[in-house]
Ligand binder design. Structure first.
Ligand code: M6R
Length: 367
């Protein structure tokens, strides 16, 4: 049942290229220039009238929403709010009938997410669910569903569901952009082509896990570490940090790299591991100055970046891993994978129960 893998988590990490292909299949028209989402009940008129979008989810699904926000705001220019579902209802959210609410849930059974969906509907909002389980409570109650076709996810730590949610957000953003006329056809075609290349790029990465495995063994001896990044890298390190805590039980914090000096830098001392995600070229220079801030305090830094930056980064970091290059917006679909592998191998090195971490359940049906 684990298909030759030692754990479900590793199997599911390796199923991601297939999950990408399956989630895209039938949703890109033959010309390669257009996303089609025939399942949507949301009409083009409704789409043209959307004034804001709220994305609501828990845990890893929330982290996918952070990337989703960036995709929608940059491609469609509609303002997007993101909330963790357990907070949403209690902040008296401003929801109007022209608000599109997107709930994200692998299982479709998360109690807080379901309650947030109902709250949004009670204000007349149209609720679209991105879920991996089409027969779930959330799929049943939502006004619209975009199914991620990741296949069953068994490991408590979510991997292929997260990355398939990213694909769903990219598809949805491109669709909304087309309807609202915010991107040219050439730009849409360029993004689609880059998306279609992701599965193979991921396969190439998955074929070479050794360097990450060795690094995971190194950090498995530590009790505390930091992740830093800016922009989409910040969104991805939040997911990396959650994954690491969840299954390796190593305490970590994910920080927006520029925010460190507002307090957290006090915790950086000799030898503390810092994992810097530096894949977003537009903010690379700024990230490098933040890397230098921690390096000056003796941190042991590992950077994940693109090949072309490895040599220069090695002047300030101890190790650097290169990931394949795609468009900046799509990079999370690749850059999260070394972080998934890092948690997996760190958990393994610590002798933990990788697929069933302590205190946690796969589906959280209590508020
Ligand atoms: O089924 P859901 O996507 O609604 O679950 C939400 C979270 O409970 C879930 O993503 C959790 O954070 C994962 N175990 C993280 O790996």
């Amino acid at each position: 049942e684990k298909g030759g893998f030692e754990h479900f988590m590793l199997k599911e990490i390796h199923e991601q290229p297939k999950a990408y292909r399956d989630t895209m299949r039938g949703r890109i028209d033959e010309s390669g220039k257009k996303v089609v989402l025939p399942e949507l009940k949301l009409t083009k008129e409704q789409i043209k009238g959307i004034s804001k979008i709220q994305i609501i989810a828990c845990g890893t699904a929330y982290h996918a929403g952070l990337v989703g926000r960036q995709a929608i705001e940059s491609l469609v220019r509609i303002p997007v709010e993101t909330d963790v579902a357990s907070e949403y209802r209690y902040r008296s959210p401003i929801v109007t009938p022209d608000t599109l609410v997107i709930v994200v849930s692998q299982s479709g059974e998360t109690a807080d997410t379901l309650a947030a969906l109902r709250e949004a509907q009670s204000h007349g909002a149209h609720v679209l669910a991105i879920t991996n389980v089409v027969g779930s409570s959330i799929a049943r109650d939502a006004d619209d569903v975009i199914a991620t076709l990741a296949g069953p996810e068994i490991a408590v730590a979510s991997t292929k569901a997260y990355t398939s949610q990213l694909i769903a957000f990219y598809l949805l953003s491109l669709y909304l952009a087309e309807v609202r006329g915010t991107q040219t056809q050439d730009e849409v075609a360029r993004i689609i082509a880059a998306m279609q290349a992701l599965p193979e790029q991921l396969e190439n990465m998955l074929a070479k896990p050794d360097a990450i495995k060795a690094y995971a063994e190194q950090i498995s001896k530590h009790e505390h570490l930091f992740f830093i990044g800016r922009g989409l890298d910040y969104a991805v390190v939040q997911e990396g940090s959650l994954k690491l805590k969840e299954i390796s039980y190593i305490h970590s914090e994910a920080y927006a790299a520029g925010e460190l000096k507002h307090g957290t830098l006090a915790l950086i001392e000799e030898g503390i591991p810092v994992i810097a995600l530096a894949t977003q070229d537009a903010v690379l220079e700024k990230t490098v100055s933040n890397i230098k801030e921690v390096s000056a305090r003796g941190a042991d830094i590992m950077a994940i970046t693109h090949e072309e930056h490895v040599v220069s980064l090695l002047k300030s970091v101890n190790q650097a891993f290169a990931i394949p290059k795609t468009l900046p917006l799509l990079t999370p679909a690749l850059s999260v994978v070394p972080l998934q592998l890092l948690s997996y191998y760190a958990s393994l090195a610590r002798g933990n129960d990788v697929d069933k971490p302590r205190n946690l359940a796969k589906s959280v049906t209590v508020e």
